[in-house]
Design a protein around this ligand. Structure first.
Ligand SMILES: [Zn+2]
Length: 413
């Protein structure tokens, strides 16, 4: 990202100063304070393409569509073209399924115009995100395919993302499902793997630059390969590419597939670099069972504010009707977590010897036993090195898989 380069930043300041001076001598009057874009990121994925413009002050935009050919026009007010904006066309991948090209120009004295040329009919979703963590003000431009029936039939992710954007995921949650058919006897055991973070949200970053989102995807793919070879089991992933998926969409996807198990995979950082070892979490409806659990749950839940619209309200835990189901589900989560933790303890050091509990948003499906695995601390130098190795990744995948099989066997008894 060129925005972090101090030289670029200095140049932008100079550009801004020169522009203001030109305006005042040409007698245009008092110019509105100028904003500048300090970072641009483009994340193409099969589900949607996201473009993020980042600025130190909130961006003021106006958007409309043009047809023949299909384009989306975005005017940004109080803005001058700078090197960051000029870099946008170079950031568009030829393999992007939705975005063909972007043109950037100074439309009038104080307006920069972005013209997004599209490869197919798009439903855009633009929104503003306030500063959080190391991110400043952001304008997020999400491009969803308009005609996506075929894509949705194979994978409900796109439909769920749309429902989420329309706020429908908050309101219309299906009642908890109690599976009548026993997994393994007359239907397969359905497992949803959830590699944490993705896209705009890198998760934790190690001292040597290792990104949590990449490592956990690799581990999830190894685990998926093991499950795919096993008869009587079916596996899905909440994401299988570098894309941002909101936490509630991950849970909704598991419920849509009527998953029997939900396994979220992470490798977070801790404030103390000496902290190490694996841990496993189940949902707590009361409070965290350790301070590390509280710390990790908070940072994990905050990730939603980095990548997407932060939605308030808790559709599940407030309803008494869900409580009984939820309590039983947490019991199963603890049982499953214990099976996995025991196996992981044979191949790596454990941070805690028992399954921890905290209010992770991603574990809140009331009817699906769910665990969150912290495979290791990426903030620990030794563990960062280990996380990158095929050996460690495979050991974790093997341990989780063995845990699944044992848990599954106890269900059938
Ligand atoms: Zn994480």
């Amino acid at each position: 990202m060129s925005g972090s380069n101090p030289d670029h930043f200095r140049r932008r300041l100079l550009q801004g100063a020169a522009a203001t001076w030109l305006l005042s001598v040409s007698g245009v009057g008092v110019a509105a304070p100028l904003t500048s874009v300090i970072g641009v990121r483009v994340w193409p994925s099969s589900a949607y393409t996201r473009m993020t413009l980042e600025s130190k002050t909130p961006l003021n935009y106006y958007q409309f569509a043009l047809a023949n050919p299909d384009r989306i026009v975005i005017d940004i007010k109080d803005m001058h073209l700078n090197s960051v904006l000029k870099s946008i066309p170079r950031q568009i991948h030829s393999s992007d399924p939705y975005l063909k090209q972007v043109r950037v120009a100074q439309f009038d004295t104080n307006t920069v115009r972005l013209v997004l040329e599209l490869k197919q009919k798009i439903t855009p979703n633009l929104f503003i995100l306030p500063p959080v963590a190391e991110f400043k003000n952001r304008l997020v431009i999400d491009l969803y395919p308009s005609n996506s029936n075929a894509a949705e039939a194979g994978d409900p992710l796109l439909a769920l993302l749309k429902e989420y954007n329309q706020g429908a995921l908050e309101k219309d949650q299906p009642a908890p499902v109690v599976q009548t058919k026993k997994a393994g006897s007359n239907r397969p055991l359905v497992i949803m793997l959830d590699p944490g973070h993705g896209g705009e949200d890198p998760g934790a970053i190690g001292k040597n630059g290792t990104k949590e989102k990449d490592i956990v995807l690799q581990i999830a793919r190894r685990l998926r390969t093991l499950i795919q070879k096993q008869s009587g089991m079916k596996v899905y992933m909440t994401r299988n590419e570098d894309v941002f998926i909101p936490l509630k969409v991950r849970v909704a996807k598991a419920r849509k597939q009527q998953a029997d198990l939900f396994i979220s995979i992470h490798a977070d950082a801790f404030s103390d670099r000496s902290a190490r070892g694996s841990s496993i979490f189940a949902l707590s409806t009361k409070g965290a069972t350790s301070s590390a659990a509280q710390y990790l749950a908070n940072s994990q839940n905050e990730a939603d504010q980095i990548g997407g619209v932060s939605k308030s309200g808790d559709v599940y835990l407030d309803h008494t009707i869900f409580d009984l189901v939820q309590t039983a589900t947490i019991g199963s989560s603890l049982k499953f977590g214990k099976e996995v933790l025991g196996r992981m303890g044979r191949v790596t050091k454990l941070h805690r010897n028992k399954v921890d509990q905290a209010g992770f948003a991603v574990l809140k499906a009331p009817d699906i036993p769910s665990i969150l695995i912290e495979t290791a601390f990426i903030s620990n130098l030794e563990e960062e090195r280990k996380l990158k190795t095929a050996k460690f990744q495979q050991q974790i995948a093997d341990s989780v898989f063995a845990g699944i099989k044992t848990y599954f066997a106890t269900l059938k008894r």
